[in-house]
Design a protein around this ligand. Structure first.
Ligand code: SF4
Length: 284
């Protein structure tokens, strides 16, 4: 197992020095944790701590230091130490990426998992890779983000009425978490949903896997998704019943390079999805 690097490198914007992975509470922009934040070491810990989280600040902090999946912890930290050559002069976050955005979102976006050299480097979900550039570009054009250029955790990004979360919070090898890892991480998403659901009118699922994750999340929260369960498609909308009222589930192709480079998902297509989500979220 590769050891955390004790070599300190400057944050690309603030210039402050950090080890890789970043130590909790060491001053990284947007770090929700402190040195005293409780650490989940097992899947049972995740269940207990997620259920007990009283607010998003506590939840984000505990997610950001979670160590419940040994394979993912080792991989995220190895990547943080090894780095990609083009980022060799930067510290890597090397920790789980909590959700980001409004604490009272009307739109809740579910993605898959952080990218090894994206959120695992920057510490903020979908930040620092081409998928994130594509997503946040669309959110900016549809009025859901304050800026188009999104590069690091100190770039000033603010999301309006929208929150972005991942089904699995650690970067997985090959972008493929195991079923056990997905299951271990699910309580964090359930807790995020519990703490925001009273505001949410639309869930946007980025890809078929996120669609299934969203349906399972709603079921576990005591909601109903219909039978047969609605099938994923780009632009497909389904109405889900939740204890807090009906919520629309809206499908969108994931902004992976495979989809965006081939034109399967274009900026206009994604803009249409978020314009629809915005309209639904504002309808009475
Ligand atoms: Fe914890 Fe989720 Fe990361 Fe597993 S994937 S270590 S449960 S944050």
């Amino acid at each position: 197992m590769m050891r955390p690097s004790h070599r300190q490198l400057p944050h690309p914007r603030t210039g402050d020095l950090f080890t890789s992975p970043v130590r909790p509470g060491s001053g990284w922009p947007g770090d929700p944790a402190t040195r005293r934040t409780a650490v989940a070491a097992t899947s049972a810990d995740v269940v207990t701590m997620a259920a007990a989280a009283r607010n998003l600040s506590q939840l984000d902090a505990e997610i950001s230091v979670c160590r419940a999946c040994p394979r993912l912890v080792q991989w995220r930290e190895d990547v943080a130490v090894e780095k990609r050559r083009s980022y060799a002069d930067q510290p890597y976050w090397g920790r789980p990426a909590p959700g980001f955005g409004s604490p009272r979102p009307r739109i809740f976006v579910v993605g898959l998992a952080p990218a090894a050299h994206g959120a695992n480097r920057t510490g903020r979900v979908f930040t620092g890779d081409r998928s994130g550039d594509f997503l946040f570009g669309s959110l900016y054009r549809t009025g859901l983000a304050n800026q188009q250029t999104v590069t690091d955790s100190a770039d000033g990004l603010v999301l309006n009425d929208i929150r972005v979360a991942a089904a699995v919070r650690c970067a997985p090898p090959g972008n493929a978490p195991t079923p056990a890892e997905r299951s271990t991480c699910a309580p964090w998403l359930d807790a995020e949903w519990r703490l925001t659901a009273g505001h949410v009118r639309v869930i946007v699922a980025l890809g078929g896997f996120a669609w299934q994750v969203a349906l399972a999340m709603i079921r576990r929260a005591g909601g109903a998704v219909g039978a047969p369960a609605p099938k994923f498609g780009h632009g497909v909308t389904a109405t889900l019943q939740t204890p807090a009222g009906d919520v629309a589930l809206l499908g969108c192709y994931h902004p992976s390079q495979q989809n965006t480079f081939t034109g399967r998902l274009t900026p206009a297509m994604m803009d249409d999805i978020f314009a629809t989500a915005l309209a639904i979220s504002r309808a009475e």
